[in-house]
Design a protein. Structure first.
Length: 575
């Protein structure tokens, strides 16, 4: 067996429908069944998700892309592999070096998957970026990561042109559709290329890299709960670390006729790692479709048309689907097998609806960008007490700690800690050694989330020990939003918090201090919301804005967000 392989070729023959699971059948019934990792020294995400299938079943269906005209385009593993190898060759010709960052500013598309595979084959570091990010959010991440290569579309290119002076490290921009001169624009980047021209004209080298399981592969920026967002750097083993949770939360994925889809953007860890790449790993066809704004009716039609069986759906999407189904019948052909959801607690009404109307027991999952998918429920095999989010997934060791780092017994509230080493755990924060060290207490990664574990090993989420906002399935840090608001000439200070919201889980709420002589009007509020949408992202836009003369501050001048939450929770109820 070649060292780059995780699963021998003879186990991926035509007789094998899917890649074998990591967990035994016993784990499907009892998550407490002992499990030990058996990770190869050498592995590569690109090979695990594409190359090994292309070697033995090149015609196997990998991806169904539904374009903006609702036309379906079928992609086989062999086609994706060939395009990825061509792109890798082109990137090498352009000067791509090992561990260079390749930013992907793309929606769900075949080019996104091809770019991922090419990046892993190149031994580079993939940097997924949300295509709806505003200028400030993009420029910060591109500059902080010193990204040299960006792969995007024409819309993303126009954003890049506006921040070019703030991102001096960018050397090459690769566009999947029209080049700048094709839409009468002057390129701000002298080295601007067409994606498919590069792929089609390259002289590919089909040898695959012998990367180590601990070699850097992907960097995903955190939400920036305390300060600016941090780049969480992950290794190739990161993919394998997700799989036990995937297998349990999707009821022994893969199964015959499984087809996977998530509306969550692949730039986020939820969309990419909670379903997209694991589906490709197992050989489960993946649906690719850009849904700029979630629409429950269109989602159900997509599910029916393409016989989607497995989904990762944020709680907000599930609430919208439930609301739609209260007044509309489901289209014929809806036949869902599994749904996983995470980001916030699901109301009992949603899980009951899924059980009765969809015939599905939703499994809830928990994790962080730094260490994802470490807790989940195992419905319907194992009942979970109401209000609890599940047990530790096999292969991950978790405990509860007090503020002094002392491990607490069952029944006591404390911070969730995750033991290292763990294959799904990050390598560290990009360029921030001290903050990486501060994340750990001995061998334990401290999540900052408060929870309680009962005698049976079930975890119940209590609150966040930091100031993260969980809204519509997104984990949002307040600092970026506050800084953007303060950049407005009429604003002195701002505090951003999350308040309970029936649909989104939490509603982003800004408490703002205007400049002396400036009145906080509806017009100014809309102006500030537009600023957030344009500079950061629409998903970071405050739903509520309150005006105040002063904010509660610490002696060092930091906003005391806990006091704001305590006060404005009552104010919000009456608004």
């Amino acid at each position: 067996m070649e060292r780059r392989q995780h699963i021998p070729k003879d186990r991926l023959s035509e007789k094998t429908s899917f890649a074998p699971r990591l967990l035994s059948d016993a784990h499907a019934e009892d998550m407490d069944t002992p499990f030990e990792w058996a990770l190869a020294e050498q592995m590569n995400i690109g090979y695990l998700c594409c190359g090994r299938w292309a070697d033995v079943q090149p015609d196997r269906l990998a991806l169904i892309h539904i374009d903006t005209q609702d036309e379906a385009h079928h992609w086989q593993y062999g086609q994706i592999e060939s395009a990825a190898i061509g792109l890798r060759a082109a990137l090498k010709t352009l000067g791509l070096a090992r561990q260079d960052r390749i930013a992907l500013m793309l929606p769900q598309s075949p080019e996104t998957i091809i770019s991922h595979i090419a990046g892993y084959y190149s031994e580079a570091i993939i940097l997924p970026l949300f295509s709806l990010f505003g200028l400030d959010a993009l420029s910060y991440r591109l500059k902080d990561s010193a990204t040299r290569f960006v792969i995007t579309d024409s819309t993303g290119y126009e954003k890049l042109c506006q921040i070019a002076q703030h991102c001096p490290d960018i050397e090459h921009v690769i566009i999947i559709d029209s080049l700048p001169d094709e839409h009468n624009g002057q390129s701000d980047f002298p080295n601007c290329h067409n994606f498919w021209q590069l792929v089609d004209t390259a002289s590919p080298d089909r040898t695959r890299p012998d990367t180590s399981r601990d070699d850097p592969a992907i960097m995903i920026y955190t939400s920036g709960t305390t300060g600016s967002p941090k780049g969480a750097l992950h290794a190739h083993r990161f993919l394998l670390g997700h799989l036990p949770n995937i297998e349990i939360s999707h009821n022994q994925l893969p199964q015959p006729d499984d087809i996977a889809w998530t509306p969550a953007d692949w730039a986020w860890i939820g969309g990419l790692m909670d379903l997209a790449l694991p589906a490709l790993y197992y050989g489960v066809p993946l649906i690719s479709h850009r849904m700029r704004k979630f629409d429950a009716e269109k989602a159900f039609q997509l599910i029916a048309t393409y016989q989607i069986r497995n989904m990762f759906l944020p709680p907000t999407a599930l609430k919208m689907m439930q609301a739609y189904n209260l007044t509309h019948s489901l289209p014929e052909g809806v036949n869902i097998r599994t749904i996983a959801s995470g980001g916030e607690a699901l109301p009992q009404t949603v899980t009951d609806w899924a059980n009765t109307q969809l015939g599905v027991s939703i499994n809830e999952i928990y994790g962080q960008t730094e260490c994802n998918l470490v807790i989940c429920t195992n419905r319907p095999a194992e009942s979970c007490p109401h209000g609890f989010m599940g047990k530790a997934v096999p292969g991950h060791e978790l405990a509860i700690f007090d503020g002094d780092g002392k491990m607490l017994p069952a029944g006591e509230i404390g911070q969730i800690g995750i033991a290292s080493p763990d294959p799904v755990m990050f390598l560290g924060y990009w360029g921030q050694t001290e903050k990486t060290q501060a994340k750990f207490h001995g061998k334990w990664l401290m999540t900052g989330d408060l929870a309680v574990r009962n005698e049976d090993g079930f975890f119940r989420f209590v609150s966040r020990d930091d100031d993260i906002i969980s809204s519509a399935g997104y984990r949002i840090g307040p600092t970026e939003i506050e800084n953007c608001l303060i950049s407005h000439k009429d604003i002195v200070n701002a505090g951003v918090i999350g308040l309970p919201d029936a649909l989104k889980g939490e509603a982003i709420t800004a408490i703002i201090v205007p400049q002396t002589g400036i009145v906080g009007t509806d017009r100014l509020a809309e102006e500030l919301k537009t600023l957030i949408r344009e500079k950061l992202s629409p998903h970071m836009c405050p739903k509520h804005i309150f005006w105040t003369e002063e904010l509660p501050l610490t002696t060092t001048g930091k906003v005391m967000r806990r006091e704001l939450r305590a006060y404005y929770a009552d104010t919000h109820k009456g608004s």
